[in-house]
Design a protein around this ligand. Structure first.
Ligand code: ITT
Length: 198
């Protein structure tokens, strides 16, 4: 199978990538030695995804892609946004902080979306794609599935939280599912990895 390196240390993301990008053997950048973790200092999801993809390509010498994603809450002017992973020290603390910030925000103003940018890098090609999914932030957690902010993100498409959804349901409408589908189409048009044989 064609090999591609995923520039992520997030196991939740890696699982979803493997479920969605079938047809590729997805290696983790963590499996390659001597890695210096790049600083994710971009201002946009696309910039950060590119930083990760370029670093993974440098480290592995194989076709590489990076995902940068996050939750953007309208009532907080788009926060936590590109800072979603660093909003508080642990996933539970991040949810608690967000629920606290939104304590006095009325139901109709709790709209939010997840965005996911995916960037690709090999010796010849470099590109990014981006997608989003819409919903709103509940007042309490619902569901044990997924990762990160999934238990408090109520998906407009699914009519339930991502935490309460089966992984196939989430992948069908999620920011990452949509971005990875665009990504896979683009890889096909470039015939990337074609020389590796299937
Ligand atoms: P890598 O940089 O190693 O990929 P990370 O977790 O630091 O892992 P990001 O910088 O892209 O990744 O931060 C994304 C954060 O946004 C992630 O840690 C979650 O808190 C949140 N997030 C992104 N996608 C999500 C999803 O599908 N469900 C729930 N939370 C998500």
């Amino acid at each position: 199978m064609k090999k591609i390196v995923a520039a992520t240390h997030n196991k939740g993301k890696l699982n979803e990538m493997r479920e969605i990008l079938t047809g590729w053997e997805i290696l983790s950048v963590a499996d390659f030695d001597n890695g210096v973790e790049p600083e994710e200092n971009g201002k946009t999801f696309r910039e950060n995804a590119l930083i990760k993809a370029r670093a993974a390509y440098e480290r592995s010498g194989l076709p590489s892609f990076g995902d940068d994603s996050g939750l953007c809450v309208d009532a907080l002017d788009g926060a936590p946004g590109v800072h979603s992973a660093r909003y508080a020290p642990t996933p539970e603390a991040r949810i608690d902080k967000l629920l606290g910030e939104l304590k006095d925000v009325a139901d109709e103003r709790r709209t939010a979306h997840f965005t996911c940018a995916v960037a690709y890098k090999d010796g010849e090609n470099e590109f990014t794609v981006e997608a989003r999914t819409d919903g709103y932030i509940l007042r309490e957690r619902e569901g044990e599935g997924g990762f990160g902010y999934d238990p408090i993100f109520f998906s407009s498409d699914l009519g339930k939280t991502f935490g309460a959804a089966a992984s196939e349901e989430k992948n069908a409408v999620s920011h990452r599912g949509r971005a990875l589908k665009l990504f896979a189409e683009k890889l096909k048009t470039l015939n990337v990895g074609g020389q590796q044989g299937a």
